[in-house]
Design a protein around this ligand. Sequence first.
Ligand SMILES: [Zn+2]
Length: 238
Amino acid sequence: MASICPVCGGKLGLLNREKSADGLICAGCSNFFFSKLGIRAAKQPTAALAEYWATLESRRRTFKETDSIFDRDALFVSIDKVNRLFYFGHRSGDKGPRMIYSFDEVAGYESDAPDDLTVTETKGGIGRAVIGAAVAGPVGAIVGASTAKTETRKGRIKESVSIHFALPLGESSLPTTVYPGGMTAFLKSCKVSHEKPQAAAPLAPSAADELLKFKQLLDMGAITEAEYNAKKSQLLGL
Ligand SMILES: [Zn+2]
């Protein structure tokens, strides 16, 4: 019986082993993938788990914080812009090995934060924003509504965000969580920077999309019924 976990290299005993799709791994690894990523190790081949673990280990070694998103609360985000990595941390410390995400693994997010600050500024009307500013106290000159909102955002505004990741092991999502302000803008920057190369490969239109176009041409009278039917047979492979 092997006594070394093929994923993390840790001990693999009778009492702490779990199944992967095709072998045994340690309970620590199994827990890590499930609790941090929501991925069931039992459905993954050992080699895939081991490969991703090795990726994470190398991220843990290279990570150097260049930026962070934090406020007075416990949850913070540490970012390494050079290596394009980030992780979520808790001020009280974190248990177990760290999950470090790559910017390129961010597949999407939903956020209650406004896309554009100026949009929210007018939400409650200028009057309301100015009242907000007055309550905030004599921090600098109150020039107008926009000054007031920017001031609040820096210090106080929280953002509720759920994040979706596309990992080599599959899709993973973090449920809606309250993050310090700035989280959404950061995720946006991750997505934008990794969507660019993908834009180069356009998707082939589906047969249904194509057919719809020809149906529209038919309805417009641009093509005849016979031409439409011929195209239809061709597209549907009839
Ligand atoms: Zn292990």
